[in-house]
Design a protein around this ligand. Structure first.
Ligand code: ZN
Length: 54
């Protein structure tokens, strides 16, 4: 890895539900590849209403 070692250099993703960027969290360390939502709430909402604005 050639990443800088800064605190702010954590990986980021965009939430598939709300579209907001979110940052790596320790609780996701083992599942980061599968994480697609910023929160549990967004994770549930995707099954309720799959609203997609592109
Ligand atoms: Zn979200």
């Amino acid at each position: 890895m050639t990443r800088h070692r800064k605190k702010s250099d954590l990986p980021q993703k965009t939430c598939a539900t709300c579209g907001l960027p979110f940052t790596w969290r320790k609780k996701w360390a083992k599942v980061w590849d599968e994480v697609r939502y910023c929160s549990e709430r967004c994770r549930r909402e995707k099954s309720n209403k799959a609203v997609r604005r592109s």
